[in-house]
Design a protein around this ligand. Structure first.
Ligand code: SF4
Length: 515
């Protein structure tokens, strides 16, 4: 076996083999080698780490223009007093916005980047910041963060980048930290809770003297019991939304009780939150962002308008939404708030294919294929048999009339397995007689060419920030646990999106001066 050269021999070898040194004749490739056995001194001028048009400079400049006093209120260190100085909120805000703009949401990752990433090094002047400091800053200043988001919107409004004349609203599911395997039913939660309560009870009076180790163990046991109390409370909330027969099957996460199992864009059912985003149509600025625990969008529209009003001091003139939001409650709420609503409506006669499938009915035998005969007030089924009038009912402000086929006709019908496979009394069909007035007015509006043209813009505007936040900012899964903290991370993402909009449409259009 060939003997390996030692370090001294390697250090003595030339870095680059001299030209014409004879290697050509022998066919040996001429290679450039590195020398790691050397000491080097480098001069770093921090200002020159990044070019004049680097976005870190834009973020720093912007943070300097915003009022960040709210972040400084909780600081314990005071100028002139003893103790280590705290990091400047302008710096920490800039670091987080810059990190999110690079698709990084981990405090540990930022700490690593501070060692070598030029934008981070420039922002922090080559200093390092502990990841605990960064993590705490992200979730400890909710009021100040909300105010910062609102200030950013005021700045965009001043630059005429938003108008609130037309706002597109949409929701997207973002995964929670909790795993699917952390979900438990009522019985298991109660068992865990009883055990935790018993441990706390047996610990006795917390004021009694304890050594450090015992004190830490007691504190951990109490925190566990408190967490399980919250888990039990959240489970009760979930159970309250279920039909009595489904309550036993309700489950809650032991590690993140506020997360909910919901269907995501990739059809996987995993713990998550429903991120609701309102986007101004003028330049696609995010004017409202909040989290919902409900997987359905149906109830989210009034909260979205409230959020916009909180951020900008006034309501939007028009909200544009997809069919998930256009229910009677939302229509009446928007009418009461004098917000014009544009949204897709489904034909109430058309039961969705999924609902029909659940009833075992072939879509070809949906209610709209039963023809009404005004003279006899009967329906005629696809097999030509009559369905007699049985009565009427009201649901969600709509008036329905029920009709039923004769059991004998259905029994003998060749289409029975497709039309009424689960009934032995003859097919029953509900026919919409009179629609709720708010819904009927909305339907008339949506039949106009103008409303259709506005609605066609919805997808492009509303889905752009959703995709940006997931693909560029990297928020496919929250980095923090719980509704409050995840809600704050959503605001950081929305803030970063708006800052990037400002950089693109305002800061880059000015000729940036070399610092
Ligand atoms: S099953 Fe009854 S209602 Fe359905 S098509 Fe046949 S006869 Fe008509």
């Amino acid at each position: 076996m060939e003997e390996q050269p030692n370090l001294l021999e390697l250090a003595e070898r030339p870095l680059v083999q001299a030209e014409g040194a004879g290697s050509a004749e022998k066919g040996i490739p001429k290679l450039r080698r590195v020398d790691r056995a050397q000491t080097m001194m480098a001069n770093i001028y921090v200002e020159e780490l990044i070019p004049a048009d680097h976005k870190a400079r834009a973020i720093w400049e912007l943070a300097g223009r915003l009022d960040l006093d709210g972040f400084a209120e909780a600081l314990k260190t005071q100028a002139g007093a003893a103790g280590r100085p705290a990091w400047d909120p302008r710096l920490l805000v800039s670091v987080w916005v810059y990190a999110y703009s690079e698709g990084i949401g981990s405090a540990r990752e930022i700490e690593r980047l501070l060692e070598y990433e030029p934008g981070m090094q420039w922002l922090c002047g080559l200093s390092s910041i502990n990841h605990h400091t960064l993590s705490d800053f992200r979730v400890k200043h909710k009021k100040a963060l909300d105010e910062l988001f609102a200030q950013m919107l005021a700045l965009l409004e001043k630059e005429e980048l938003l108008s609130l004349e037309r706002v597109m609203h949409d929701g997207t599911k973002v995964r929670a930290q909790a795993g699917s395997d952390s979900f438990r039913r009522h019985k298991t939660v109660q068992e865990h809770l009883e055990r935790a309560r018993k441990v706390v009870e047996e610990m006795g009076d917390p004021r009694e003297d304890r050594d450090r180790r015992e004190g830490a163990r007691d504190r951990a046991a109490r925190e566990r019991a408190e967490r399980l109390e919250r888990v039990a409370e959240e489970l009760e909330k979930i159970r309250a939304t279920k039909e009595p027969a489904e309550r036993e099957a309700a489950r809650v996460s032991l590690t993140e009780p506020e997360a909910r199992l919901m269907k995501h864009g990739d059809h996987a059912i995993t713990p998550g939150y429903n991120l609701q985003i309102s986007t101004d149509a003028k330049q696609k600025a995010i004017v409202g962002i909040h989290l919902s625990q409900c997987s359905s969008d149906a109830q989210s529209l009034p909260a979205a308008v409230e959020e916009i009003e909180k951020n900008l001091g006034r309501k939007p003139q028009q909200m544009v939404v997809d069919g998930g939001y256009t229910n009677r409650g939302s229509m009446e709420a928007m009418a009461a708030q004098q917000v014009d609503l544009i949204g897709a409506l489904t034909d109430p006669q058309e039961r969705s294919a999924a609902t029909l499938k659940g009833m075992g009915i072939d879509p070809a035998f949906a209610p709209q294929f039963f023809v009404w005969d005004q003279t006899t007030n009967t329906l005629r089924c696809p097999a030509g048999q009559p369905l007699d009038y049985k009565g009427q009912s009201r649901k969600s402000g709509n008036l329905y009339r029920q009709y039923q086929a004769q059991a004998a006709h259905c029994e003998a019908c060749e289409f029975r397995s497709q039309c009424c496979p689960k009934s032995s009394n003859g097919r029953i069909v509900s026919r919409l007689e009179a629609e709720n007035e708010a819904v009927a007015a909305m339907r008339r509006k949506m039949d106009t060419a103008e409303a259709k043209q506005i609605y066609r813009q919805r997808g492009e505007v509303a889905e752009f920030p959703n995709a940006w936040i997931k693909d560029k900012i990297g928020l496919r899964k929250f980095h923090v646990r719980g509704l409050a903290k995840a809600g704050m991370e959503a605001v950081w993402a929305g803030l970063t999106y708006n800052v990037q909009l400002w950089i693109r449409l305002v800061w880059r259009k000015r000729a940036p001066q070399a610092a």
